[in-house]
Design a binder for this molecule. Structure first.
Ligand code: ZN
Length: 241
């Protein structure tokens, strides 16, 4: 299945996070035929993750190859997203397949929960293989020190429909020091909620200052999808290289 996430964001411009407006998460499954999985899917994301019940992956099946990424920061009306220009240099290897980084974006509050805990924000690094299959790396963000890996870019977040802002991000510095992660089979957390998405959710959160978190929340008060049913899925734990 090959498709462009950006194209989908435009096709589904009528969805929102506001259930009162009739276009929020509770209504996504009825938006159109493409989005039915949002309601009927059995492998939907996000879910509540528990480190205690996770089974350990026997092999080292994940390797993160993240360095510097050049691209553009945009406000697509649903989130702040950094579209990577040089996707080939940043990638995730998972079960022998390489997924190139296409974009990363943010949610507030966090979509996944870790051991019952929610975080102020969550970052999603969206990676695709040659056939369009997706592996997302999720990173929790807690309030703490000012994050220096988002220089300049974060100081003036683009308003909706503002011109894209070109920049560079050191992803190696942005990711947490520990690469211990929870791994499971899920979906996109926005319409059309496509499944067969590999999720790698890092256990150690990164930090942003209160000002940095508030700068995002000024633009997006709440852009998280509620927790979905597990439907008996197995969650594995792995230390990515
Ligand atoms: Zn996301």
């Amino acid at each position: 299945m090959t498709f462009s996430l950006r194209a989908h964001a435009e096709e589904h411009a009528h969805w929102s996070y506001n259930d009162h407006a009739g276009t929020g998460p509770a209504h996504w499954g009825a938006l159109d035929r493409d989005s039915r999985l949002c309601k009927t899917g059995l492998q939907q994301s996000p879910i509540a993750l528990y480190t205690r019940s996770a089974k350990r992956l026997s092999d080292r099946e994940i390797a993160l190859h993240f360095g510097t990424a050049k691209g553009e920061l945009v406000n697509n009306g649903h989130t702040i997203q950094f579209n990577v220009a040089d996707a080939t240099t940043n990638a995730v290897a998972y079960k022998g397949v390489s997924y190139a980084l296409a974009q990363f974006h943010f949610h507030t509050p966090s979509e996944h929960r870790l051991d019952g805990k929610s975080f102020p924000m969550e970052m999603h690094l969206v990676n695709k293989d040659a056939s369009g299959k997706i592996t997302v790396v999720g990173v929790f963000i807690k309030q703490g020190r000012k994050n220096a890996a988002l220089p300049g870019l974060w100081d003036q977040l683009p308003a909706p429909n503002a011109a894209p802002k070109a920049g560079e991000v050191d992803l190696a510095a942005l990711l947490p020091a520990s690469h211990k992660a929870m791994v499971y089979a899920g979906s996109l957390t926005t319409p059309p909620c496509s499944e067969e998405v590999n999720w790698i959710v890092m256990e150690q959160p990164i930090e942003m200052s209160r000002q940095q978190i508030q700068a995002f929340q000024k633009l997006f008060r709440d852009n998280h999808r509620p927790l979905q049913k597990e439907h008996g899925r197995k969650v594995l734990e792995e230390s990515a290289m």
